[in-house]
Each structure stands twice: as C-alpha cells, then as structure tokens.
Design a protein around this ligand. Structure first.
Ligand code: TRP
Length: 450
C-alpha cells in the first residue's frame, strides 16, 4: 500500500504514548459524564459497579485492543482484516469507526460548553452579565455551533500535525495540572458546611439501587471513559513499538482514568448539594432536573460563591477541562482518519479536513437540538461500545486465539508467560468479559421488548 511512514506515524517516546492514551481516556467522560451518572443512578451503588466494570471488563479489553493494534499496525478495519481471513470482523471495525464519528459529533458540542464557561467566568467577574449569560445558554444553537466549530478546527489542526508532535505534546502538561486543581477544589469543598450530604451519597452504597439499568449505564460509562470498544486503542496501539509493555501501559491508563473520575465525583457530588443550598435547582421528585447540563450549572455556582479566587479557579478549571476534552476528540478523530489514510490512501491533512468537516455537519445539527445527545449516548455509547468490546473479545478468544495475543505481548514484557497474567487474562477475554457484556445488553433489550 502506498502510504508513506510519515503519514502513518508512530510515537516518539514511551511517555508520549502513555500520555496520549491517558489523554484519550481522561476527558468529559470523567468530569461531566461520571458525576452526572452517579447522581442520576443512586450514588455509591453506581460507583461500585463502575469500578468493577472498569477493572474487570475495561482493563482486559484495553489490553486486547492495544495488542491487536500493535500486532497489525493498522486502523480498526484493516487490523481485523490483516490478522484473520474471517470476513465478518472488518465490519466490527467499521461499526467502531461509525460509533467514533457519532460520539465525536456530540462530544464537540459538550466540549464547546466547557470552553464557553471558561470565558463566562471572566465576563461574570467583570460584571458583563449579557456576555456571561450568552455563553452559559446551552440551548443557544448558534452559539453552540460556533464554539463546536472552533473545537473541531483545533482537533483537525492537531491531527493534521501527525501522531507524535500533535498528540503527545498536547497532553504532557495538562494532566498533572488537572489533578492538582481537582484536589485543591475538593479540599475547599469539603470544608464547606453541608458538603457531607454529598459525600454520604457518593460513598455509602445503597445496594438496593443496583438494577439492570444501573449496570447498563455503568458499563457504558466505563467503556466511554476508557475510550474502549470502537478501536481508538487499536489505532493508538498501531503506532506502538515492540519495546512497550502493553499490560503495564494499560494498567497505568486504567488507574489514571478511574482516579480522575473518582476525584471528579468527590468534587461534584458535594458541590451539587452546596449549589442546591444556594438555590440551584437540582432534583425534582427525586430525579435530576437536567442531566446533560448539570455539571455546567453546579460548578459555576461553586466558583461564583468563592469570590475573586473563584474566578481564577473557574477559568483554570474550564480551560483544563477543554484541553482534556481536546486530547479525547483527537483520539476520536484519529480513528476515521487512520482508516482513510490506510484504506483510501489519502494524505493525513486531507483526511483530517474532510472527515472533520463531515462530522461538523452532525455537530451543528446537535448544536440546535442538544436533546439528541441523550439518544446518541444510548445507541453509540451505551450499546455501541460494549458491543464492540464484546466482538473484540470474541475475536481474540476464538479467532485469533489468546496464545497469539500473549506472544505479541511478550515483546516488551519478556517474562509474561511465567506470570499469572497469562492464565487470568485469557480467561477474562474468553469468558468473563463477553458473558458480562452479553448479560448486561441482553437484560436491557429484554426490558425494552417485554
Ligand atoms: N474517554 C473520553 C472521555 O472520557 C472520550 C473518548 C475519547 C472516547 N476517545 C474515545 C470514548 C473513544 C469512546 C471511544 O471523555
């Protein structure tokens, strides 16, 4: 195939890859998605199921994706095709590309809200209420479309720059800063009177709240947050060199992602109750008033209650959140772009520009009808990603065979065959993960029809 190596790209350094994979994982899913899901699904009960899904299902699937990617050196469609002659699995890759495209189309709109709030904090502090209110109006289609376009443009620009320069650099400084600011905010919030209600809600489980819907939501959230199920990590794995230890890298990414989500919950759950005490309406009849925009109401209320220092924190927080979102949109766009580079022999720049523009058309539609987001999440995220993960497990377990995958992992992890990993991981990929995913999706489909 006439693809130059510069267009395909590879990571410059070990740290670069790990940061990029962590950058893909950490994003709106952690700071917007997770706390919202916790609040609407019974608090700590959701937290526990989410942790189980991340470690017991997400982590093995992440190892699976990275291994398929590195072994094949291809985009998700090409990867399945090059490893096995089975005609069905490339379609799984294609389904992944479609899920990525649809997720990216709503992701840019929400990222745009976050970006807008950074400026809202400034206008609010300067007393320019008109401008501040314009930026916080999440239902304003024109505003949504403008900021989403800016976001898509930034993503296309970085993707055009290539794998190592663009993606690696963007992540390096952001992650430690984001963790730092989260921790400072948590400490502040915990000292506010009334925060203990939120902490209890977040950390003391009521097991009676666990039901099929909660498990379905937690599984979808785990896949989304870890960037799994649609081949993003097959693609990132395809740029990986043989010296890298895949299980170790996956463990680091999983831990980082789960930690940041947990911290975000620790900040936002108590903040919700503080905001409620300050007159922000959160619940009505035990239900969240507006789940998609909740975080965007609660956090500014908190920042505004802190005085001048609140402006500094508010701006920093929303800028960092926008950056975190950007390192995630990069991984979402990279999937269809790598597909186009490999399969249609487009140059990187052209592929990024064309695909980015196409997705932007859907983003603009969503900008005017944000309620579409909830439907997109159910179809492409909560159903689409676990389904993709299921197929990936079936592919490795029963077509490529786990022994071959372990052989691939031996590069970069010399003693792997003497470790427990070689016994446990195949068992999870063959039995536990597919069964758990099938059971969860089956329960929901059953509930829909009967
Ligand atoms: N993980 C990101 C977040 O938590 C979103 C994301 C980036 C994603 N790339 C992905 C989700 C690939 C699914 C698949 O915000």
């Amino acid at each position: 195939m006439a693809v130059s190596t510069t267009d395909r790209g590879s990571w410059n350094s070990k740290l670069g890859f790990i940061l990029a994979a962590a950058g893909s994982a950490v994003g709106l899913g952690n700071i917007w998605g997770f706390p919202t899901q916790v609040a609407s699904n019974g608090g700590a009960a959701f937290l526990i199921i989410y942790l189980l899904c991340s470690f017991l299902i997400g982590f093995p699937v992440m190892v699976a994706e990275l291994t398929i990617g590195r072994n094949s050196g291809k985009n998700p469609v090409g990867a399945f095709r090059s490893i096995s002659s089975n005609k069905f699995f490339p379609l799984v890759g294609l389904w992944g590309v479609i899920c990525g495209v649809m997720i990216l189309s709503f992701y840019t709109v929400i990222a745009g809200w976050a970006f807008g709030y950074a400026f809202e904090e400034i206008f609010f502090a300067m007393g320019m209420d008109g401008a501040a209110n314009w930026l916080t109006d999440t239902g304003n289609g024109v505003k949504n479309a403008i900021i989403a376009s800016v976001f898509m443009l930034a993503t296309v620009k970085i993707i055009s720059g290539g794998v190592s320069d663009g993606i690696e650099k963007a992540t390096k400084t952001m992650m430690p800063l984001l963790i730092g600011i989260l921790v400072i905010m948590i400490v502040y919030v915990l000292f506010q009177p009334g925060s203990s209600v939120g902490i209890r809600e977040y950390l003391l489980p009521d097991f009676s709240k666990i039901n099929a819907e909660l498990i379905f939501a937690a599984m979808g959230q785990a896949f989304f947050s870890l960037s799994l199920g649609m081949g993003a990590l097959i693609t990132y794995g395809s740029y990986l060199n043989k010296k890298e230890n895949i299980p170790q890298a996956a463990a680091f990414v999983t831990l980082t992602d789960v930690t940041i989500a947990f911290l975000a919950g620790l900040l936002i759950l108590p903040s919700m109750y503080l905001a409620q005490a300050n007159g922000v309406e959160i619940f009505q009849d035990g239900q969240l008033v507006e789940s998609t925009t909740l975080v965007f109401d609660v956090l500014p209320a908190l920042f505004h209650s802190m005085g001048a220092i609140g402006t500094v924190f508010g701006v920093a927080f929303f800028l960092l959140l926008s950056l975190a979102a950007l390192t995630s949109t990069i991984s979402l766009l990279e999937v269809p772009v790598s597909y186009a580079i490999d399969e249609f022999e487009l140059t990187r720049g052209k592929a990024a520009a064309r695909i980015g523009s196409g997705i932007l058309v859907i983003s603009i539609l969503i900008s005017f009808f944000p309620s579409l987001i909830d439907y997109f999440i159910i179809i492409f995220n909560n159903i689409g990603l676990p389904l993709g993960g299921f197929m990936i497990c079936v592919f490795i377990g029963y077509f490529w065979k786990t022994e071959n995958a372990i052989n691939e992992m031996e590069y970069g992890f010399a003693g792997i065959k003497q470790t427990l990993f070689t016994t446990v991981w195949p068992f999870f990929v063959k039995f536990i993960c597919p069964a758990a995913i099938l059971y969860t999706l089956g329960q929901i489909l059953y509930g829909l029809f009967f």
